[in-house]
Ligand binder design. Structure first.
Ligand code: RIB
Length: 319
């Protein structure tokens, strides 16, 4: 089989994660336990998945020149992710996420973007050169936890190479709408979709409406990740609701990245949008059954098997 490449561009972080036994905000000071120091960030997480799924995985982004860079990069190196194109921002700290996971599994993240926001022209040129040097078949998956001008350069470079781009629009206020027609797919969650379309996305019907609006704005495949773990997909063929799987969530950290990463990988492998979306839902649902992002990510066989069952329950959304 031809080697497929996933290029991941976006945030690369050192995650510091704790569990708390009471709802967040219930006291001024909460007691936490089980501190984990992990590799995190949206680009790191999708890159990790691509390597885990057996593909060439190339990470693009920025870390600092501090010891936290190793916390972010070592597990990726070990998983087989190519990290040679990750730049170092001199005198800056690596991005840090402080993550609290309460009993309801719904994580809260405070992100210090640090080196993720430290791009200069030379760094951007090197990133563009890496995309230009990549031989298709390939897919670029990217997020907005880095400057918008860098995202634009990457999408334009990928388009010149015939490489599809799959965008996680976090942070949605950074999205420049003229880029929408240059994307292969976009994967907002419900609140990001609300920010993009300007109306509430609080039901399956509203998500379908929002997905079609984004599709009319130019992106052919739109997948809105719902807070219950399901999704609404709009493609050239259909608008479909894929329900969540039946799982016991313990930690939602990195579930959205599992969706976007596996969805992009499945599209790259040539799966139809509905199958790719079911793979994304399965990956996200399995990811919430363990603590942390990368340590909780599932194997390919688990994803394929759950996705098969989910697709059987998927229903078209009219309107
Ligand atoms: O989406 C989860 C990721 O977002 C975490 O790994 C954290 O670093 C934040 O960027």
């Amino acid at each position: 089989m031809q080697r497929l490449t996933l290029l991941s561009l976006g945030s690369i972080n050192a995650d510091f994660q704790v569990r708390v036994d009471e709802p967040l905000g219930s006291r001024e000071t909460l007691i936490a336990h089980d501190l984990s120091r992990l590799s995190g960030g949206k680009a790191s997480n999708t890159a990790y998945l691509a390597a885990r799924f057996g593909h060439r995985s190339c990470l693009l982004g920025r870390v600092g020149d501090d010891e936290l860079a190793e916390q972010a990069l070592a597990p990726l190196r070990q998983a087989g992710v190519e990290i040679d194109e990750v730049g170092r921002a001199a005198g800056r700290s690596t991005g840090v996420s402080m993550i609290m996971v309460p009993p309801d599994a719904k994580k809260h993240i405070v992100l210090a973007t640090n080196a993720n926001d430290c791009w200069d022209e030379a760094a951007a040129d090197a990133m563009v050169a890496a995309i230009e040097a990549c031989e298709p078949p390939a897919c670029l998956v990217l997020d907005y936890e880095i400057p918008a001008w860098v995202v634009r350069l990457a999408i334009e470079a990928a388009a010149r190479k015939g490489i599809g781009s799959v965008l996680d629009p976090s942070f949605p206020d950074r999205l420049e709408r003229d880029l929408l027609p240059m994307l292969q797919a976009i994967t907002p969650n419900a609140s990001e979709a609300e920010a993009l379309v300007g109306h509430p996305v609080d039901s399956i019907a509203a998500a379908a409406r929002a997905a079609r609006e984004l599709q009319r704005a130019g992106t052919p495949i739109v997948c809105i990740k719902l807070s219950d773990g399901g999704c609404v997909l709009t493609s050239a063929e259909e608008t479909l609701h894929i329900p969540p799987g039946e799982v016991e969530p313990v930690d939602t950290t990195g579930a959205g990245d599992a969706f976007t990463g596996v969805f992009a990988i499945a599209l790259l492998e040539g799966l139809a949008p509905r199958e790719a979306a079911a793979w994304g839902v399965a990956a996200a649902n399995l990811a919430v059954t363990g603590y942390g992002s990368q340590p909780a990510y599932p194997e390919r066989d688990q994803v394929a098997s759950m996705a098969h069952g989910l697709l059987a329950k998927a229903r078209p959304v009219d309107g």
